[in-house]
Write a protein that binds this ligand. Structure first.
Ligand SMILES: [Zn+2]
Length: 445
């Protein structure tokens, strides 16, 4: 069975002290020129070895950086050739946006761990033009970076400089020297993940299309507490109590962080029971546009837990040798999972209940979304989705956390009738499968 080294991408903002964003911009414009030149020569039928040496010799970047940028551009062309039979388009011969600078640690860029645990950076925006400053980011990513910089088992690898959401960011990869993660191509169990503000739903499917098991981990307290904190902070902002606001912010961050860690551990435990699993998440890059924000809570309240929870789950999964993948999230919440129907309409979903307007199939909306994530993965991998066989009963596990440390699992109430719920970690159902129709009637209001 194939596997690869455990590699993770960490994302940081850049507080620039020496040099400026303009220097980084110039570096990315040169990266774009290298990328466009690579595409132009490829179109003219040049050999790739020739392209590499010619473009690198004429580039205004550290040599190793130029090589990595050419490799990235050629990699995109290669991906196109691998997938063109499935209708993939050729990369644009010419792009006019910025292209990331790709750099090797200790060549194009370098990170330094300070005594006070902060991390400084030095980036060569041009061969002799260094941009310097300090990284900014989440405590989790800092912790992993510090480990990678100090522990001999880890290596800090390539990084990319990108301009996103009006700021300069560094995406750095870290690789463990020995630990390996299974290949997703060998996966035998495909686990779809649907992350919501109050729960995470998982559906484990075989390659034949049967759902081996599913579970919904609920954490309503995270949503409630975040809303509480949010209101508190708003009130303080009005009163201009900035010092107190900072305290509340830290309290909120610790609380949410702690809960998400516990939930992600449960998720990985649950997934580990299956043979050769792969975890499939929704690609969150486009997610913010698809969420319905017609609620009393604002964008800031929503944005954090999705990405943070996915990140923690895939991190813990990595350590268990379980690979992760992402799919386009479009319509996973609205589409009917019955392969012979697939009717897609917003009205199919009413809060936590899914009812297909076409075929009347019914299910728990988030579990169904997790099934659709797996189907999207089959579609993206093989252009084909196995017909949905049976759906097991839904299990729910509720984490009712109290206080900053989070409490033990409690047997909280469950408002859905006819649905199993377990106060402890769910185990695979034994013979609890039913035909689609009977599941549909079981979850009726
Ligand atoms: Zn339907």
């Amino acid at each position: 069975m194939q596997s690869s080294k455990l590699t993770q991408t960490l994302s940081f903002g850049l507080d620039i002290h020496t040099g400026s964003g303009d220097d980084l911009q110039n570096g990315c414009i040169e990266a774009r020129r290298i990328r466009n030149e690579t595409n132009r020569l490829d179109k003219h039928g040049w050999e790739w070895d020739e392209i590499k040496s010619t473009v690198v010799d004429n580039a205004n970047h550290v040599k190793n950086t130029s090589q990595l940028i050419v490799d990235k551009a050629l990699g995109e062309i290669e991906t196109y050739h691998d997938n063109k039979d499935d209708g993939w388009g050729r990369p644009y011969p010419y792009i006019d946006g910025l292209y990331p600078m790709v750099m090797n640690h200790e060549e194009g860029y370098r990170l330094f761990l300070n005594d006070d645990e902060t991390v400084r950076f030095r980036i060569s925006a041009e061969p002799r033009n260094h941009v310097k400053g300090e990284l900014r980011g989440s405590p989790d990513h800092f912790e992993r970076l510090r480990t990678a910089l100090t522990d001999d088992d880890w290596r800090v690898g390539t990084a990319e400089i990108v301009h996103k959401h009006d700021e300069w960011r560094l995406h750095a990869t870290i690789t463990h020297k020995n630990h390996r993660v299974a290949s997703k191509a060998d996966a035998d169990t495909i686990v779809g993940v649907d992350v919501n503000e109050d729960c995470i739903a998982l559906a484990a499917m075989s390659r034949s299309g049967s759902v081996k098991d599913s579970v919904v981990f609920e954490y309503p307290s995270v949503k409630e507490r975040r809303h509480e904190f949010f209101t508190k902070r708003k009130r303080m902002q009005k009163a201009e109590q900035n010092a107190f606001e900072t305290v509340v912010q830290a309290e909120e961050r610790d609380y949410v962080h702690d809960c998400l860690h516990k939930v992600s551990r449960k998720v990985v435990e649950w997934v580990s029971q299956f043979s050769d699993p792969v975890l499939v998440f929704e690609d969150l890059k486009d997610m913010r546009d698809t969420i319905d924000y017609g609620t009393r809570m604002n964008r800031r309240l929503h944005s954090l837990p999705f990405a943070a929870l996915q990140d923690m789950v895939s991190y813990k999964a990595d350590w268990n040798g379980i690979p992760s993948d992402e799919v386009d999230p479009e319509y996973t919440s609205q589409r009917c999972p019955r392969t012979e129907c697939q009717h897609t309409e917003r009205a199919n979903r009413h809060k936590k209940r899914f009812k297909c307007c076409e075929c009347e199939f019914q299910d728990h909306a988030d579990r169904k979304a997790a099934v659709c994530v797996v189907q999207a993965w089959f579609e993206e991998q093989y252009g084909n989705v196995p017909s949905l066989e049976t759906l097991p009963r839904i299990k729910k596990v509720r984490r009712a956390a109290s206080g900053a440390g989070g409490g033990p699992d409690s047997h909280g109430c469950n408002l859905h009738s006819g649905v199993d719920r377990h106060g402890t970690l769910a185990r695979p159902s034994q013979g609890a499968r039913e035909e689609l129709k009977s599941v549909a009637s079981a979850v009726q209001d």
